[in-house]
Structures are given as C-alpha cells and as structure tokens.
Design a protein. Structure first.
Lengths: 242, 309
C-alpha cells in the first residue's frame, strides 16, 4: 500500500545502471553538453532533426526545474505554432483558448528561466532549441487539440512525479500553483477532443488501490516521452535518485 | 530519507527567521512533528488537544488532520453530486442533459473512490472515521436559517455554481496541505495526484457552466464573472486568486530562511508575446490566471460548514 506509485523494481534497476553510466560520462551538471562534430554514428537516437547535444539533468532542484523549463518551452512553442497558423476549422473560441494557454506557457517558461538564472540549461546557446512537432497534426482542430492533450497530460504526470523530489519547499509551492492550471488545461483540451474525457481512465486510475488518483510519471518516463520532440538527448536518470 | 527530512524540518523550526509568526511554543511544535514518522493515532490525540488555529499562528497540522480534511471534502462533493444525479433517496435528479450527467457521474465516482482511499489510509493508521455528517446544500441548515441556494435541488445552474466553488476551493486547500505531509513521500504523491484530479473536475464544471452561458473560463481568471458572495465563506474562496505576485526563496536548499525573491513579471520578464502586445494590465491578468493560489484549511472547512448541520 505504501509503495510509491512511480518506483518499480525495474525502475530501480534502470536507475542504478544508468546512473553509473551517466556519472562516468559527465559531471552532475545540467549544462547542455555540445559535441563538437555532430557525428551521427555516435548519436544513439538519430532522427531527422537530431542535434548534437546531450542534456544531463542534475540530481537536484536545478535539474528538476530545467526539466519543467524544457516542458514549458515545448508547450509554449507548440501553442505559438498553432496560434500563428491556426487550423482552418478553428473557431474564435479555439483561438482564444490557445492564446490563453500560449500566454500561460510563456509565463511558465520565463518564470523557470528567471528562477534558474545562469543554471538554465540553454544559457549560452546562440539559438534556442527548435522542437519537432511532426508527430502531431497541427493543421486540423482535432489534431491541434490532440497534441495539446498529449503534452498537457504528460506535464501533469511529470509535475506529480517531480513534486516530492524537490528539496526547496518554496519551489514546490510554486510547482503546485502551476500543476493545477496545467490540469485545468488538460481537462479542457481533453473535453475538446472528446467531451467528458476530462478525467478518463487513461489518466485517472479507474480501479484498485490508486483509484481516483491522477497520472504520475517518473522523470525517466518523461524524458523518454519527450525524446521525439527534442533535438538533443535528454537524460533524466539522475532525477530518479531523488 | 524520512529521517533526514525530519531533521531538516526540525532545523527549520530552529531558525527564527523561518517562522516569524510562530506563536506555538517550539516544544509543542516539535512534539507534533515527531508524529510524522510514526502511526497516525498519536496525531489524532494531539490533534484533539490542539487549539483551533487562530489568525497569525503557524498551522502545524498532522498527517491525520490532513487526511480527515481531504476526506471531508471528498465526502461533501460525493454527496452533492450523488443528490444531483438522483442517487440519494428523497432527492430527485436535477434536469441535466444526458451529456452533462455522464460527466458528473465521472466526477461523483472519482469522489467516492477518494473517500474510500482516504478512509482506508485513516483506518490503516489506527484512527477511526468520523460519523457521516448531515448535509443541506441549500445552506439553510435544515431550515433553521435563510437558504443561500434555495433552488440547488431543482436548478442546474445553481448546482453547477456550487459544484465549481467546492472544486476550486478544494484545489486551493490541497496545495497548502502538502506542506504538512512532505516527510511522507507516499502521502505527498497521493495528495498531488488528488490535487490535479480535483483541478480537472473543476475545469470540467467550469466548461459546463460556460456552455450554459456563464462567463467563466476553464481556469480561474480575473475575466470570470464574479461568483456572488452569498456568504463571507464564499467570498474567501476566490480571495487572492487575482494576485500576479509570485515569490520563492533560493537562499536555502530547502527554501527556508533568507530573503524572498519576487518574480519580475511586471518588469523585466519577456512574457508579453502577443501581436500586438497586450496592455501591461492585461498581461498581468494572464499571470494571475497562470497560477492557482493556495488557501488555508479553514477556507474549505468554512465552506463545508455552510452545507453541513
């Protein structure tokens, strides 16, 4: 009963194994490590826009906030893309909602950047990362809402998993202030894709001793789910030790 | 891990700057904190002995206090929605559409699941459950005073408004309660996952109200039509939600002590990205929307008291 929902045996095994690899590879820093030559052969997950960097998140609040910063960057970028080029079947209400959510995500992005100061992972990068949204169909209303749904649900799960890992309780209070707004976004966009799916069984555990509880994701799960969208290798395994 | 957290929290209490308004004697607070690593039952005894929180004192709630509160809120919501759906004898179903009913069933069932979960945690901890309260959602306390919402059992608009208020206040109060259970990672996660589920429910109820013509966003916004303050307790539910001030403390690893840093939303942060840019006032309204504010337990228990007799 008292097992943590996001700590499975396989998760622990993975954590040990990858921690050794990461610890050997880099200092525990959240800096984006740029490989000089961008040799695709060395890239474990080459993709159409695969970059040449690896982001290793540190096992501390800075690592956690860099992950929430990255999530906000991705979501702000997605909403901006839809607001700039709205699907032809978007209504005025759809646009207004996406503008609101875009503004909220920009506010989160700049908030995290401000808190992180020089510890922000992309400090010193000449151009910001460009995210790959080709897994989504942003040219239709349904596709835009489905993309929003995927990312908002992912963010809620990520935030629920990160909360207990934060050491600084003033950061946790801010994270919670944001979590519920993200959950409101998630419920809204889910209802737009399929009405009454705001708290569906794919996000709220339907049965068993966690019935009624919302989605939760480990940092490693979040990194894996974000991998197709980011032009870098994202390593969140250090956060699993928190 | 829990022991280290406990030490960290004891150290926090030793810092005079950490709790400038600490009114309770430190020894009492330490005694209460000592319960964090043990069964819930001693917490019950301490909880029963403790004085009601007064303004300006540091709230030092036990895990049991927190569980009883969230169970109370879930039970209150479960009863409200069950009555609206016609599941309680003597309360005919409200004239909601079939689509509205389907969503409210989801909310009601998840409330019932959380009542069961919190009840289990309370009894597993060795404490007993409180007796089931008597509810009157008109707010008349069984006809002993003027009803606040006389048509709540016949008018869907009134019911949905009260349902929204209960959800929004629950979301606010969950935030403040997490502080009291942080030494317990399992309970922290459970509260976080309940908190976001509550926010999903709140957003859906707001969407239903908007579909029926109310001026309300799915997230709490200064643009929402104000909720009529049928009582002082209702007025407290949205108090402070329009704040655009956010602060944090980066001085200590645990966020205690040292100076608060205020996030410069109103000056240097490049958050105004609309074309053309929003007015300074309008972008700060977006900042207020982007953060849901916490509220003390008393805000929710006062709301529960309106509907309990």
């Amino acid at each position: 009963m008292a097992d943590l929902a996001d700590t499975s045996f396989s998760g622990r095994a993975l954590r040990r194994r990858t921690f050794l690899r990461v610890a050997g590879a880099t200092a525990a820093s959240s800096a984006l490590v740029l490989a000089g030559c961008g040799n695709d052969d060395d890239d474990p997950t080459p993709g159409p826009d695969a970059g040449t960097g690896t982001l290793v998140l540190a096992a501390n609040d800075t690592g956690i906030l860099n992950l929430t910063y990255l999530l906000a960057q991705i979501q702000a970028s997605l909403y901006q893309k839809v607001v700039t080029t709205p699907p032809s079947d978007f209504t005025a209400a759809d646009t207004a909602a996406f503008v609101d959510m875009r503004d909220h995500e920009v506010i989160y992005r700049e908030f995290y950047k401000s808190v992180l100061g020089t510890s922000v992972y992309d400090n010193g990068l000449i151009t910001a990362l460009e995210f790959n949204f080709t897994p989504y169909t942003l040219t239709t209303r349904k596709g835009a809402y489905e993309a929003a749904r995927t990312l908002e649900d992912l963010a809620v799960g990520a935030y629920n998993g990160l909360g207990r890992r934060l050491a600084n309780s003033s950061y946790l209070r801010l994270l919670l202030k944001i979590t519920s707004v993200k959950a409101r976004h998630a419920a809204f966009v889910r209802d737009q894709v399929e009405f009454n799916s705001f708290a569906g069984p794919d996000v709220i555990t339907p049965t068993g001793n966690q019935a009624g509880l919302d989605t939760i994701k480990t940092p490693a799960e979040v990194a894996k789910l974000l991998a197709p969208l980011v032009p870098i290798v994202l390593v969140a395994d250090n956060l699993m030790t928190l | 891990m829990d022991f280290l957290n406990l030490l960290a929290r004891l150290a926090d209490l030793d810092s005079t700057t950490a709790a400038p308004h600490l009114a309770a004697p430190r020894r009492a607070a330490l005694g209460r904190l000592g319960q964090a690593g043990t069964a819930l039952l001693p917490g019950l005894l301490l909880g029963a002995l403790s004085q009601p929180a007064t303004a300006g004192t540091l709230d030092t709630r036990t895990r049991l206090d927190v569980l009883l509160l969230v169970r109370q809120l879930a039970a209150l919501g479960n009863e409200l929605h069950s009555r609206a759906l016609g599941l309680v004898a003597g309360y005919p179903a409200l004239p909601l559409t079939a689509t509205e009913k389907a969503g409210i069933q989801v909310i009601q069932q998840q409330e019932a699941q959380r009542v069961a979960l919190f009840s289990q945690l309370i009894t597993d901890g060795g404490a007993t459950l409180p007796t089931t309260p008597r509810y009157d959602f008109t707010g008349s306390r069984n006809g002993t005073q003027t009803a606040l919402y006389p048509d709540i059992q016949t008018n869907p608009a009134t019911y949905l408004l009260v349902a929204q208020v209960l959800k929004d206040v629950a979301v606010r109060v969950y935030k403040s309660q997490v502080d009291f259970v942080r030494a317990d990672a399992y309970l922290t996660e459970t509260l976080l996952r309940s908190h976001s589920a509550e926010a999903r429910h709140a957003a859906h109820l707001r969407t239903l109200r908007r579909q029926r013509g109310a001026t309300v966003k799915s997230w709490i916004s200064p643009d929402d039509a104000p909720v009529a303050a049928a009582s002082p307790a209702i007025a407290k539910v949205y108090e402070g939600e329009s704040s655009f001030t956010q602060t944090y403390n980066a001085s200590g690893a645990n966020g205690q002590g040292g100076a608060l840093v205020s996030v410069p939303f109103d000056s240097t942060l490049p958050i105004n990205v609309a074309t053309p840019p929003l007015s300074a006032e309008a972008i700060l309204r977006k900042v207020a929307e982007a953060f849901d504010e916490p509220a003390d337990a008393i805000v929710a228990t006062n709301i529960a008291a309106l509907f309990t007799y």
